[in-house]
Design a protein around this ligand. Structure first.
Ligand SMILES: Nc1ncnc2c1ncn2[C@@H]1O[C@H](COP(=O)(O)OP(=O)(O)OP(=O)(O)O)[C@@H](O)[C@H]1O
Length: 450
């Protein structure tokens, strides 16, 4: 290979940045190619933190990418150059009011109430979601500048919320000055109703309009809520006029949100609409593989293939099945074998099982645990009642397509974070508490057969 001249080097490095995973790009913008010696690219970085990141986490992937582009094995030599000018390799440009370099990642999921697991890093892109993933990544990189609004739609459990949270994490990590707000449409509606009843609409407005990125989940729940639609219409206009980013998810494309005001529907179609389809088998296996790695589990390819082939559509169910297989393996202190996976899947997915609703799960749970439905949905914190309630919430999340706020509403108007806590707790506990595992399995069977 003849050595590329310096301008070519910039082009080469931009190609590398463009084909890197989104979560790495902010780091790569803190670098600049300086020279090429033989097959070694000298890379300048602005500080020690960036050097360390590249040396410990990114080097291998970057060298593979470089070698692919150059057509021969190519290596990196990284050096700190504090005076490095990095603006001109930033593409596309960040919003004007930002400094040219991204801030160091910082995490504020607590304030934002984002699920820390829902990041771009943990999202598997495949043919069914590639476009939505790329659009979300573009919006996260340059909020308000690429597609506005961005609307991601598709059936339940396919990663829409995951992508919305990933945008929130990315923007709040790399653009310190930008204010991000994430809400479910149920919360938005409740906030609005509370604001009206307590005469605090001005506060409501500023909390939704003084933001740079507004992320609204499950916008289909605005249907038929005339007053909230009216309010959201003005919020939308204010933000859009100010080039603030709006991202929404929905279970349907805007044109099928029939009970939505036409002027709102048409605004939702202004920017980019992108759907997510059920993942193909390979993507499902890749998702399982990623989950196994992140939870430090061990499972052979055959086991993952079996789970992925049995659960063809909903990714939440896919994860639920893996959790159960892992739980039984842990209880039995054995590997996740094919036989064990078969056993769990047989219980979880009997042939011809009809879809179940929350009411069925709640009635069956109350009966199974010998408590009343009132207790299940009431305020009691007595241990056996609270535990039954958590199991019922867990099963509602696993076996239905209801969102966390909707499940909370079924259980006496509880907050979505209470449901999330229950789902996580039961998911973890079934791996260490055999009697709980048995209860959850028996109850699932009863629900599926009812
Ligand atoms: N491509 C993916 N890679 C990794 N995990 C995924 C992917 N898609 C979905 N998941 C996981 O599947 C689960 C369900 O996804 P999510 O809650 O985002 O679905 P959704 O489309 O928003 O569904 P709903 O409309 O019911 O809220 C989550 O735990 C999410 O992390």
């Amino acid at each position: 290979m003849s050595e590329p001249s310096i301008p070519d080097l910039q082009g080469l490095w931009q190609q590398v940045i463009a084909t890197s995973d989104i979560q790495n790009r902010a780091w790569l913008r803190r670098t600049r190619p300086v020279d090429m010696h033989g097959s070694t690219l000298m890379l300048g970085v602005i500080d020690e933190t960036t050097r360390e990141r590249i040396e410990t986490r990114l080097r291998q992937g970057l060298e593979t990418q470089l070698s692919d582009i150059c057509g021969q094995p190519t290596h990196l030599a990284v050096m700190i150059m504090p005076d490095l000018v990095v603006e001109d390799i930033v593409a596309p440009a960040p919003p004007e009011d930002l400094p040219p370099q991204p801030m160091l990642p910082r995490s504020k999921p607590q304030e934002l109430r984002l699920n820390p697991r829902y990041t771009f890093e943990s999202f598997v892109a495949g043919s069914s979601n590639r476009f939505a993933h790329a659009a979300a990544a573009a919006v996260a990189e340059t909020p308000g500048k690429s597609y506005n609004p961005l609307m991601i739609y598709g059936p339940s459990g396919l990663g829409k919320t995951h992508l919305l949270h990933a945008i929130g994490h990315y923007v709040s990590s790399y653009y310190e000055q930008l204010r991000v707000k994430y809400v479910s449409t149920e919360e938005l509606t409740n906030d609005f109703i509370n604001a009206i009843s307590s005469n605090r609409t001005a506060e409501f407005r500023s909390s939704y309009r003084d933001v740079d990125v507004l992320l609204v989940d499950d916008i289909q729940f605005l249907e038929s809520k005339i007053q909230t639609q009216e309010e959201f219409f003005h919020t939308f206009n204010t933000l859009h006029n100010a080039q603030k980013q709006i991202v929404m998810t929905s279970d349907r494309p805007p044109k099928l949100l029939e009970a939505l005001e036409p002027r709102l529907r048409s605004r939702f179609e202004w920017g980019l609409m992108t759907d997510i389809q059920p993942p193909d088998l390979e993507t499902r296996i890749a998702i399982l593989r990623k989950k196994v790695a992140s939870q430090r589990l061990t499972a052979g390819t055959q086991v993952l293939e079996l789970i992925a082939s049995r659960i063809p559509t909903n990714i939440r169910e896919l994860e639920g099945a893996l959790t159960r297989v892992a739980a039984l393996a842990s209880l039995n202190q054995q590997e996740m074998t094919l036989a064990l996976a078969e056993e769990v899947l047989h219980d979880l997915m009997p042939e011809d099982a009809a879809p179940v609703d929350a009411q069925t799960i709640m009635t069956a749970s109350a009966r199974y645990f010998g408590i009343s439905l009132e207790d299940l949905t009431g305020p009691s914190r007595v241990a056996n009642i609270a535990s039954a309630r958590q199991v019922a919430m867990y099963l509602c999340r696993e076996l239905t397509e209801l969102s966390l706020p909707k499940i909370g509403a079924q259980f006496g108007g509880r907050d979505h974070s209470t449901v999330l806590h229950a789902v996580r707790k039961i998911g973890e506990k079934i791996g260490v508490d055999r009697s709980l595992y048995t209860q959850v399995t028996e109850l699932t069977n009863q629900i599926k057969q009812s």
